[in-house]
Design a protein around this ligand. Structure first.
Ligand code: ZN
Length: 184
């Protein structure tokens, strides 16, 4: 397994529709392992293959520790409700925004063993499912904003402060943390 470099905004691989995986073989399984390691190292709650420069329809999500969803050729089958969570992206470092998302989502996909799976997600999992599937269409969360002025800067010291003595009453800290937990 290896941590791969993450492509950032401006790289065309993030803007192209990824190709369907035709055969889930060992090379795909190795790629999935690298994606999981890269997501955890970032750290993020999800990662799509184009984010490491591979234009294939594969995403990994880990919103609960050690509960990894591997999604090959995922498709949204149903969306329900709406909410506006804070969201960030590993490929758009230093920023976050409040994004309109469906509250619940149902997705079908193959897993790394080519088994057909169905995932229902709400909350952070639902948000990550929508965010990663957007990546596979060449879409970024900022495309869903009415105005790019709604993007906010993450304070540069945020990451190192993550577990430091924060004052939870400071709203910017709390919102910044919500953002870092929702990066994908
Ligand atoms: Zn992203």
């Amino acid at each position: 397994m290896a941590v791969r470099p993450i492509m950032v905004l401006g790289n065309p691989v993030l803007r192209n529709k990824a190709k369907k995986v035709s055969r889930i073989d060992q090379s795909i399984q190795r790629l999935v392992e690298d994606m999981i390691e890269t997501m955890r190292a970032a750290p993020g709650v999800g990662l799509a293959a184009p984010q490491i420069g591979v234009p294939l329809q594969i995403a990994v999500i880990e919103t609960e520790k050690d509960e990894v969803h591997v999604l090959v050729n995922p498709e949204i089958v149903r969306l329900e409700g709406e909410h506006e969570p804070d969201e960030g992206c590993l490929s758009v470092p230093g920023y976050w925004a409040t994004v309109k998302r469906a509250e619940r989502v149902w997705v079908k996909a193959r897993d790394a063993r080519n088994k057909l799976i169905k995932v229902r997600g709400e909350g952070l999992l639902g948000q990550a499912l929508q965010h990663e599937i957007d990546h596979l269409q060449g879409m970024l969360y900022l495309d869903r904003l009415d105005d790019l002025d709604n993007m906010r800067r993450t304070e540069p010291s945020r990451r190192s402060e993550h577990d430091a003595n924060r004052d939870p009453s400071e709203e910017s800290e709390v919102r910044g943390e919500a953002q870092s937990e929702a990066r994908a």
